[in-house]
Ligand binder design. Structure first.
Ligand SMILES: Cc1cc2nc3c(=O)[nH]c(=O)nc-3n(C[C@H](O)[C@H](O)[C@H](O)COP(=O)(O)OP(=O)(O)OC[C@H]3O[C@@H](n4cnc5c(N)ncnc54)[C@H](O)[C@@H]3O)c2cc1C
Ligand code: FES
Ligand code: FES
Length: 1312
């Protein structure tokens, strides 16, 4: 390291020293030293300009919630550019001389932007937290391409995630700009007129700020933005330790999460020489400052000028780009940044290495140096041979030559916007006459700590004839050269080795077909989205004011798309302190001491609290969750204390400085198996015994010996992260005396009130707990919300200042728990006529360290296990295991999807073992009207068969089966599968019947307007619009006269959390009840003035001193089950049914898959709002699809959680939406047990996502059968690419050595 002075005098530096830029057309000047130069654009927009439409969902460039548009002038050509960026990774200093447009800047009070209008009208928002990001991504595209193509639209939203919608409505809205996919009538929407867009600020143009050097300093942190190469080199010589920051997509993440700080940062993006693309005699020189998107654009232009044979490397780059990060990252990230990062899983470095690219380096002292990007360039994990003073000036991409064949393959957990598991790049030159290899080069990412050249393999293949023996020989050599140990960092050793070989195999096939001029098998089938939606229209004679049954837009739809919807994170509270939790650095052990002294020295830090400051009381239903650890550390990242500071970033930095002295105990219990062997049970064993429900006095054990058609097996489902886009956050505001206001992103206002009351000892009537809307919850903001809310309340009361807590995604995913992983051990017997006779299941769920809702989840799993099938006798047992993990918690479906997954697996096992037609077998065993479930519920209005039969027709199932068969017979390495799955979901909380209640308060004002407060929280599920629709029918007034503002514990007391899909059932009934009271009070005025209007009756009643407010109550009836004896009853109010049919295509060589179609028939009674309900169905299906396929929580054997953000935890993206997504609501279903004959919808469709899993399994099975493996194979969820590939047993997987026996090595991750 060259020494350099830490102090620097800004006066010595040339350049503009104020940070000047525009936001939404308004000039902003930030004087030197007045803001922290390390701040991101997202924080500046939100905290300084109060432009809270820009959301923060992950702070690592992985979710797109923070998308904004940047406009600037090209440093070289000066032309105007518009591009989307992730504001969370954009350093505020990097916007010098640029114009920023946010979601607030694209509409006016009078007119919405067409993107905003169409997205809302297509029902493209649910919780709305992702929505501004999607709007800005699409807006940026339109600024460049007013008539975009479908491909451009798909490309532009690649970096945006939505957890609620399933993407279909978002795609529908956006595809309307390409005039495709018309489901919603958008004829009344404004046409897109590009001439109406905001102009680029003339001041920026005139002053040519982009050509001016800029330097910004705050607190001895410097940002340099030179505009000449000379200046850049001089700076780097003067400050060799200074960090070059190009796109900041790597540096920004390091700074945020690893607290890697650099006092001096130099941005080279404005230097013209580094923005050049030049065609040289045998290569293309690409300037180091060009973004990946710009390089793509330039290379496409060049391609048109070059001969096809010269474009091999260009083609590889262009092929890789759609799979490299998301659009907003590609708009800023550079090739140079990627190379210098030297990540072993870089997607580009294998290409450069295999094709012989070079790097042009330059420094002031040693001039220009050209180095090969070969095996000598990467010298270790994230290390290269570049000198400290050198900068990358350009990358030289070789032009390919005649007779060269090239290919690149990447496999990731999710197809798009995901880092690679393995990337392989290949180049071979073959003599056209002799067919001998003249030269071959192969490089892999993901197979070593560096990008690795397959030196030995390539050497041995030189000069060989390119024929089958090359394949066999090459695979053998690669297997030796790229052997991975069972303990290899990154894990998946067998899969990664299989991928390395499979890629080579693919390359061989591709080259062979090129040599033989054959058309190559293309990428997985990809078609743009097709969709239909069928639902019952409202009767023609329905009263116009009656909104029930109409597909109305979400109550906040337009506010979501314009960024005006206010979430807890957006609430502005003056004088607010910011709290950040200090987390345990170990999984299991003893906490000895906390030393906050270094943290408290940081300017802006106010206080540190730990367990010793708090009353000795615990959270949780059984008081087993400490607010802060006092002694025993039970899971990795368990909160041990909190820092309070004047701003969030200071609090984060300080929390990182708190010294946590603890000793680690060996062998934490993490897995179900470990807990079983340690007898670490939580709660009793639960039973559901059908014999007892049928009235038997004594339970008789099953005698398996009497059957000859029995299967026995085990299946598992994994954990799932809620991944609500808005992370846990809250504000605690101390009021007078002991009063406190809690504004919380929660689905249980009363739970917050109870927990604050319990820990702080304040009576509930002094705690006002409120929520306006929640940016997604899915069960994750029930018990877990108190983990932030209680510390916030404590600090606020102590310090007598408002306190805000906001969990970064990184912490949220570590601190809060997930869906329960389950293991099911089953045994089942069928009769000669294929009827289900006996089923015995022991279900084990991983509960984490505390009880939370685990016992209820476990019981729901066995209660729901029968799914839609009648079992003559079922003995179902459940146990929860205690482990050293964050407490597993409620998640949409609450154990039922896991239970039903077991049942479907059992049926598949039976069908395959006894060679039955699985569809006929399932039909033969499906419930009939009036039959009883194992837990004693008699099924009335049982629509299981109806949804099955209608789905068969709706999806053209038989035709699809034939098509799949044909496809599989014609394709060797790609297989398809088609499968139908049905569901039955019980509505009501039989586990705790008292929870089946809701209340409301309705206030009628003298202008006729009506304000409703009810017990339900709006979390995106469209509860408020449904309540408004119900109230409009009840009161017979237009919906516009009714308003819902928030949910608050001071309006409705003792509310049940909004869970179990019961929101509209219970609150709808409560509203109906209150409305009928009001109507009966108004009746005399209506009778005496029959031609009068609502407002006339209200005013008359007021003058007569009639009470114009009413409370209402909604409840349903569910009987408890005696889980001790196994005897049940009418556990649910009613059941919801549905069936889905999925077709999936699998690349058997890589494990990649694509969902080709999904058809769903869902029975949700008479829908109150079919658009909202279809949105719930699509969203739940997609979440279930994620659960059963790609979502995988990774935990190290020491308990450290690896999956802590979207970079490593993959929820479905828009690219994963099925190519055809059709939903039909069952007609004339009705439901006597819920409001206006409707049915609950939130959770029931989630299990239908497993149809995708079983379709994938069918495809895998087809491949196995082709390879002679006809036996039943167990296949656990999630069906990750690794599981799929390794189940596709073939000659390649046979070559990969088996892992040593368990317990003889330490794997990278464990199966929970
Ligand atoms: C959400 C997300 C998704 C991603 N997906 C992928 C992916 O799919 N595949 C993949 O390979 N990577 C991926 N990355 C990693 C990263 O985006 C790339 O490595 C990117 O190319 C880095 O470029 P940058 O300009 O942003 O680098 P920066 O963060 O600006 O810099 C990275 C490093 O390069 C150095 N550097 C930058 N420019 C120069 C220069 N001109 N001279 C000398 N040193 C320089 C910096 O000092 C720093 O050490 C992803 C990152 C994120 C945040
Ligand atoms: S918050 Fe910026 S991408 Fe997620
Ligand atoms: S609407 Fe997209 S995350 Fe909720």
């Amino acid at each position: 390291m060259v020494k350099e002075s830490d102090q620097l005098d800004l006066r010595e530096e040339n350049g503009v020293k104020d940070l000047i830029f525009f936001v939404n057309g308004q000039k902003r000047v930030i004087k030197s030293g007045t803001i922290d130069s390390r701040m991101t654009l997202a924080v500046y927009l939100r905290d300084h300009l109060r432009l809270t439409g820009t959301k923060i969902g992950c702070n690592e460039g992985g979710c797109g919630a923070c998308t904004v548009m940047i406009s600037d002038q090209h440093p070289l050509r000066k032309e105007l550019r518009h591009y989307s960026v992730n504001a969370c990774l954009m350093p505020i200093c990097a916007v010098f001389g640029k114009a920023i447009t946010t979601v607030e800047g694209i509409s006016t009070e009078r007119a919405l932007h067409p993107v905003q209008e169409r997205l809302a009208k297509c029902h493209g928002s649910q919780c709305g937290y992702c929505t501004p990001g999607f709007v800005m991504a699409m807006y940026s595209l339109l600024r460049n391409h007013p008539k975009p193509s479908i491909e451009q639209i798909d490309d532009t939203i690649q970096g945006n995630l939505c957890r609620c919608t399933g993407y279909r409505p978002i795609l529908e809205a956006f595809y309307s700009f390409a005039e495709k996919l018309k489901l919603t009538d958008l004829t009344d929407c404004a046409k897109y007129d590009p001439t109406q867009e905001l102009l680029f600020p003339s001041e920026l143009k005139i002053n040519n700020l982009h050509q001016q050097s800029f330097v910004y300093e705050s607190n001895q942190h410097f940002w340099f933005q030179p505009t000449t190469l000379h200046h850049l080199l001089a700076l780097k010589r003067k400050y060799p330790n200074a960090r070059i920051v190009s796109g900041n997509s790597e540096v920004g993440v390091e700074q945020k999460w690893r607290f890697v700080e650099s006092k001096r940062r130099i941005n080279p993006k404005q230097i013209p020489e580094l923005n050049q693309v030049e065609l040289l005699s045998d290569s293309i020189s690409i300037g180091a400052a060009l973004s990946l998107s710009e390089v793509t654009y330039e290379l496409k232009l060049l391609k048109a000028k070059l001969a096809a044979s010269q474009c091999g490397v260009i083609d590889l780059f262009l092929e890789m780009m759609p799979y490299f990060a998301g659009k907003h990252i590609r708009n800023v990230a550079t090739i140079a940044g990627n190379i210098i990062t030297a990540s072993p899983i870089s997607d580009l470095n294998p290409i450069w290495m295999a094709t012989g690219a070079k790097l042009v380096l330059q420094s002031e002292s040693s001039g220009v140096r050209v180095v090969d990007l070969d095996e000598n360039f990467f010298v270790g994990y994230r290390r290269t041979t570049i000198n400290q003073e050198e900068i990358v000036k350009a990358i030289l991409l070789p032009l390919s030559k005649q007779n060269e064949h090239l290919a690149v393959y990447k496999q990731a957990q999710r197809r798009d916007d995901d880092i690679a598991i393995v990337t392989g790049a290949f180049k071979v030159k073959i003599d056209p006459v002799t067919k001998r290899i003249e030269n071959i080069s192969i490089a892999y990412g993901g197979m070593a700590p560096v990008t690795k050249f397959a030196k030995i393999t390539c050497e041995t293949l030189q000069k060989k004839k390119f024929e089958r023996s090359v394949l066999d020989f090459g695979m053998e050599k690669l297997r030796e050269e790229f052997a991975l140990s069972a303990e290899v960092p990154g894990g998946m050793p067998r899969y990664r080795q299989a991928l390395a070989l499979s890629f080579f195999f693919k390359f061989y096939l591709k080259t062979m077909s090129e040599l033989e001029n054959k058309v190559e098998e293309k990428q997985l089938h990809s078609e743009s989205l097709k969709a239909t939606q069928l639902y019952q229209e409202v009767p023609k004679d329905q009263n116009e004011t009656d909104a029930v049954g109409k597909p109305m837009v979400h109550q906040s739809g337009f506010k979501h798309t314009t960024g005006k919807a206010i979430y807890t994170t957006d609430v502005i509270v003056p004088d607010c302190l910011h709290g950040v939790l200090v987390l345990a650095p170990i999984t299991f052990g003893t906490l000895h001491e906390l030393d906050p002294s270094e943290a408290l020295k940081l300017p802006g830090v106010v206080q540190f609290y730990s367990a010793s400051d708090l009353p000795d009381k615990k959270l949780g239903f059984v008081n087993d969750t400490p607010v802060f650890v006092s002694e025993e550390i039970s899971y990795y990242c368990q909160p041990v204390g909190m820092i309070l500071a004047e701003d969030h970033e200071t609090a984060r930095r300080a929390a990182n400085l708190v010294k946590v002295r603890c000793t680690e105990k060996p062998n934490p219990i993490l897995t179900i198996e470990e807990a079983l062997s340690a007898n670490a049970f939580m709660g009793p064993q639960f039973k559901v015994l059908s014999q007892m429900s049928e009235g038997k006095e004594e339970h008789e054990e099953i005698d398996w010996s009497k059957y000859d058609r029995v299967v026995k097996g085990e299946c598992r489902t994994g954990a799932q992260e809620h991944f609500y886009l808005e992370t846990q956050n809250c504000i605690a505001i101390p009021l007078e005396d002991d009063e406190i206001e809690m504004v919380v992103s929660t689905q249980g206002v009363s739970d917050i009130q109870s927990d604050v009351s319990k820990i702080l000892g304040i009576p509930k009537h002094k705690i006002f707990s409120k929520v306006r809307r929640v940016g997604g919850a899915f069960g994750g903001k029930e018990a877990a919300s108190s983990l932030c809310a209680v510390p916030a309340a404590f600090a606020a009361m102590k310090l007598r200042r408002p306190v805000r807590f906001y969990l970064e995604r990184y912490d949220d995913m570590a601190i809060t728990g997930t869906r329960h992983p389950f293991r099911f051990d089953y045994e089942a017997a069928i009769s000669k006529d294929n009827k289900l006779l006996d089923l015995k299941v022991h279900s084990y769920s991983n509960g984490g360290f505390s009880e939370d809702l685990s016992l209820a989840v476990a019981t729901r799993a066995i209660v729901s296990m029968d799914s839609v099938y009648k079992i003559k006798n079922a003995d179902l047992y459940a146990q929860v295991l205690r482990t050293n993990l964050a407490s597993s918690t409620a998640f949409r479906g609450f154990g039922a999807p896991q239970g039903m997954f077991c049942m479907e697996t059992v049926l598949k096992h039976l069908a395959e073992k006894f060679d039955l037609d699985v569809d006929q077998f399932r039909e033969d065993n499906m419930y009939k009207e009036g039959e009883m479930t194992p837990c004693g519920m008699i099924l009335y209005k049982c629509n299981a068969r109806r949804t099955w039969t209608e789905c068969k027709e709706f999806s053209k199932y038989e035709q699809k089966k034939e098509e799949v068969k044909l496809f599989n017979s014609q394709n060797e390495f790609k297989k398809r599968g088609v499968y139908m799955v049905s569901t039955k979901f019980g509505i009501g909380m039989g586990e705790k019947p008292f929870l089946n209640q809701a209340g409301c308060l309705i206030l009628v004002y003298c202008d006729g307007s009506v304000l409703i407060s009810h017990a339900g929280m709006e979390m995106g599920q469209g509860l408020h619009i449904k309540i408004l629709q119900i109230a409009s029918r009840c009161l017979n007034i237009p919906i516009e006269m009714i308003h819902i503002q928030e949910t608050s514990s001071d309006k409705v007391p003792n509310t049940t959390p909004t869970v179990a899909s019961l929101g509209s059932d219970l609150n709808g009934e409560a509203v109906k009840d209150a409305c009928s009271q009001l109507l009966s009070r108004l009746k005399p005025y209506m009778d005496s003035n029959p031609t009068g209007k609502w407002v006339d009756w209200v005013v008359s009643a007021y003058f007569d001193r009639v009470l114009l407010s009413a409370t209402g109550m909604g409840r349903n009836k569910c009987d408890p089950i005696n889980f001790e004896t196994g005897k049940g009853g009418k556990h649910f109010a009613y059941c919801v049914y549905g069936t889905a049919c999925c077709v999936a295509e699998v690349d058997c060589l890589t494990g990649d898959h694509r969902l080709l179609s999904t058809d769903i028939v869902m029975d949700i009674g008479d829908s109150i709002n079919p658009a909202i309900d279809i949105g719930q169905i699509e969203g739940a299906f997609t979440q279930g699809y994620g659960l059963f396929t790609m979502e995988e929580i990774k935990v190290r054997p020491n308990g450290m959680r690896l999956t802590r953000g979207p970079g490593v935890y993959k929820i479905p993206s828009a690219d994963d939406a099925p190519c055809a997504f059709n939903v039909s609501l069952l007609r004339d279903s009705g439901n006597p047990y819920a409001i206006f004959a409707s049915k609950a919808v939130g959770e029931p469709p989630l299990f239908l996502g497993s149809a995708a899993f079983f379709a994938i399994r069918e495809a895998v099975r087809a491949y196995r059968i082709q390879n002679g493996r006809t036996d039943y194979f167990s296949f656990d969820a999630p069906a990750t690419p690794e599981r799929i590939r390794m189940a596709c047993e073939d000659v390649i997987t046979e070559k990969i050595p088996q892992l040593p026996p368990d317990n003889t090595y330490t794997p990278w991750t464990v199966t929970l």
